[in-house]
Structures are given as structure tokens and as C-alpha cells.
Design a protein around this ligand. Structure first.
Ligand SMILES: [Zn+2]
Length: 67
């Protein structure tokens, strides 16, 4: 399942609820705009915190930080 989050702390993946893209916080680039996602309350976290779970919830992997 996914839940709104305001922080990147303690998690590996962050979903953008606006465009349904998931980012890998360990490899995210400035162009991923993670701070903007969090500031605008568009961020979701996944339980469990895996790429498979994110994709299961129809999030697409970011082409900048995942591949
Ligand atoms: Zn990204």
C-alpha cells in the first residue's frame, strides 16, 4: 500500500502522486525534484518499501534514478 509522506527519512522509494513516477532516494538526482515533491505534498511511500510494490501500484520507474 502507499501512504502520503512529508519526508525521505527511513525510506528507499518515493512516489510522486501527480505523475505516478517512483524515485530511488539513494540515487535521485537534482532533476528528480525530490524536495519539490515533498514540499508540495505529492509524495507517497510504499509498504513494503520496494520497487516491486511501487510498480504493483502502477507507479512507473523514474528514468533518471532507476533503470
Ligand atoms: Zn528520479
Amino acid at each position: 500500500m502507499s501512504k502520503p509522506t512529508q519526508t525521505r527519512r527511513g525510506q528507499r522509494y518515493l512516489g510522486d502522486d501527480n505523475n505516478m513516477i517512483v524515485h530511488d532516494l539513494e540515487r535521485a538526482k537534482g532533476s528528480c525534484e525530490i524536495d519539490e515533491i515533498l514540499d508540495e505534498s505529492r509524495g507517497v511511500r510504499f509498504e513494503p518499501d520496494t520497487l516491486e510494490q511501487a510498480e504493483h501500484e502502477r507507479f512507473r520507474p523514474c528514468s533518471r534514478c532507476i533503470v
